[in-house]
Ligand binder design. Sequence first.
Ligand code: GLP
Length: 260
Amino acid sequence: MAEVIIVDSAEAAGRLVSDHIAEQVQIAPELVLGVATGSTPVPVYRALAQRQARGVDFSRAFAFALDEYVGLPDGHPESYRAVIDRELTQPLGFDPTRVNVPDGRVEGIETTGERYEAALLASGGVDLQLLGIGTTGHIGFNEPGSSFGSFTRVKTLTEQTRADNARFFGSLDEVPIHCVTQGLGTILRARHLMLLAFGEGKAKAIAAAVEGPVTASLPGSAIQLHAHVTVVVDEAAASRLKHSDYYRWAQANKPAWQGL
Ligand code: GLP
């Protein structure tokens, strides 16, 4: 079962998760961090940037993004390559040559998945994977129906996800229809999954992912198949969890040696 940690705010989650990542990168400077985009991980990246300013060194760590849009022009500010560069690579002082984002260029798109899988394997695999969740229950861009065995490949975004992400673009029409995303099988290979969610809008998806049936119709439920999962949610995102009293009880009685 996943460990569920209910915190007061997204900032508190940012502090908790960044403490853990900073500790891990100090133990293993070449940590392979799986990074997510969207608004959810931003408090983690902000808190990590503050730690970097206080001397935590990310320059030897590796990063692998979950996904990318297909067909945005090079340098588009909402391409995940640009987002990762802005939110993570620069403020945390990652070496840009160690930061990987799936190649969303149309030319060569047929092999982009294979190339990304090869890079992931060559890195030795992701040590710690940060995840957000979409309102459709997607992780990465694995929309409902994604195979639990899937690897990095091109997917078609749902209309719901395009509408959700239109806020980052000038209009809905500008949101790409296709994406490249790590598969659920790829994500499940990471050694530790950390799923974050904040706000009432995520409550349904979180309850389904953590406590619902394991089903391809709710791709986030794939986390139930992984041996080491930490779910960090605020009160609003936790509001539909049936066993929240138990999660709080378990946290209050957690043996100190366990860590995350
Ligand atoms: C996006 C990303 C996901 C992200 C999710 C939630 O479409 N591809 O990786 O987790 O949607 O986004 P947000 O964190 O902004 O709510």
